[in-house]
Write a protein that binds this ligand. Structure first.
Ligand code: BEZ
Length: 435
């Protein structure tokens, strides 16, 4: 039985940012140093039990049994100093399992505390993948189907992943007190450096959906050297105009907050179809114990400033960007407009058929494949690292994609519902992703 420690209290580690950590616990407060490789648990064996003990400072009491969470373990032999190589290997494997199951941390920032969960271990010379979810969701409900998709494992095993929960959206988050000033989307972006500083990560590839895509874009605009690439699903870079506000107010007269959020996440066709997926997400949002917090994030999203993106202008995303939208998604026009404002030599546009409003939930296979090409275009994930199946699929695309030269050329990934071939290269040529 592997026992994983639960809570402790927050410890300040920086003038502006302070931190807490635990393994997937609600308010994971065991203190952690600011440098990643110093793993926050110490593995020791007790009668066949591998027990990671939190590295508490001397003035902290150790976790009680009630605070320990049980995790499977098969080890029978005790691990002692002078252990055999086999035992050391097994301990290493156990430590890896521990890190792969996600470790939740919190840091204090000038705009309040933010919680994030880290999967995997940092890889030398590789950015972390950092995700930011949309309104009404958290990192799990937004990204789990994508990151746990079978083919995705081959990709993500090469990267450490940091999944941010917007404040108050983490599982078990308490409801903010009445009058709590929720951060604006720009302030949410300003919290990210505290997370990266805590983990000692210097660069990221961002994956964001809706409000999360906006937050990551804002972060990329203010920290261009930190963001190597962006996958932006359903981004709307514009502030609401007065017409949008009027429509929003009118809808608010007849619809509840959960219904408005569902209308933001899914297409009308999906909502009226009321599939199992819609029932599941309607249920999650309608009965969310932190619905008041969700409303605050929703308000921040609706009050967002214009990103003021301008093709060729000063305000533009400098890194490779993959824009993704479902072909009947509520934000299709906004994403198309966003595409027109970005540097075409750095931007791929993936319009996904049959995916509705949340392609990462409904089409994780197609998105995984597109993500793989995106990473390969950035120079990661050489096809030689991949399985034979992946290699053969990739080769058919990369050979055509490279027709117009290097990776910085214009790309449009138009994903059709039928498997396709590669049309020959006109400017901004189309690749059809076959999955
Ligand atoms: C990950 O491996 O990155 C992951 C696992 C579970 C949920 C979300 C992400």
């Amino acid at each position: 039985m592997l026992l994983v420690a639960g809570r402790a209290r927050t410890q300040s580690f920086h003038t502006h940012c302070s931190s807490t950590s635990a393994l997937s616990s609600r308010h994971p407060p065991s203190p952690l140093c600011s440098v990643w490789p110093q793993v926050p648990v110490q593995l020791s064996f007790r009668r066949g039990t591998l027990t990671p003990t939190p590295l508490y400072p001397a003035n902290r009491s150790p976790a009680t049994m009630a605070e320990l969470q049980e995790v499977q373990i098969t080890e029978e032999k005790p691990l002692l100093p002078g252990q055999t190589p086999e035992a050391a290997k097994e301990a290493e494997l156990a430590a890896r399992i521990l890190l792969d199951q996600g470790q939740t941390h919190s840091v204090e920032t000038p705009y309040g505390s933010v919680t994030f969960t880290v999967y995997g271990t940092p890889k030398p010379k590789r950015p972390a993948i950092l995700t930011y979810h949309d309104v009404g969701l958290n990192y799990k409900s937004c990204f789990q189907p994508l990151f746990q998709f079978g083919d995705m494992q081959e990709i993500i095993q090469n990267f450490v992943r940091v999944h941010v929960d917007a404040p108050g959206m983490e599982e078990g988050a308490p409801v903010f007190p009445v009058g709590y000033q929720y951060p604006s989307l720009d302030q949410l972006a300003d919290m990210i450096p505290c997370i990266l500083q805590y983990l000692n990560f210097s660069s990221v590839i961002g994956v964001g959906v809706g409000a999360g895509a906006y937050v990551l874009s804002r972060f990329a605009l203010t920290h261009p050297d930190t963001v190597e690439g962006l996958v932006l699903i359903n981004i709307d870079p514009n502030a609401k105009g007065w017409m949008d506000w009027a429509a929003h107010k009118l809808t608010g007269l007849t619809s509840s907050i959960p219904e408005m959020i569902l209308g933001h996440l899914f297409s009308q066709e999906e909502l009226s179809g009321n599939s199992e997926l819609i029932q599941k997400y309607r249920n999650i949002i309608t009965h969310a114990p932190n619905l008041d917090n969700i409303e605050l994030y929703w308000n921040s999203y609706n009050n967002r400033r214009d990103l003021n993106l301008e093709r060729g202008g000063d305000v533009t995303l400098k890194c490779p960007v993959m824009l993704v939208v479902g072909d009947q998604a509520p934000h299709e026009d906004a994403v198309v407009e966003c595409n027109s404002k970005l540097d075409p030599t750095q931007t791929s546009f993936l319009k996904m058929a049959d995916s509705g409003g949340q392609p990462q939930l409904t089409q994780p296979g197609k998105l995984t494949e597109a993500f793989k090409y995106f990473l390969q275009g950035m120079g990661y994930m050489a096809s030689s690292c991949m399985t034979r199946l992946s290699r053969s699929r990739t080769a058919s695309l990369t050979s055509a994609a490279s027709m117009d030269g290097n990776r910085s050329r214009s790309r449009t990934l138009s994903q059709g519902s039928e498997s396709g071939t590669l049309p020959s290269g006109t400017p901004g040529h189309t690749m059809e992703v076959s999955c």
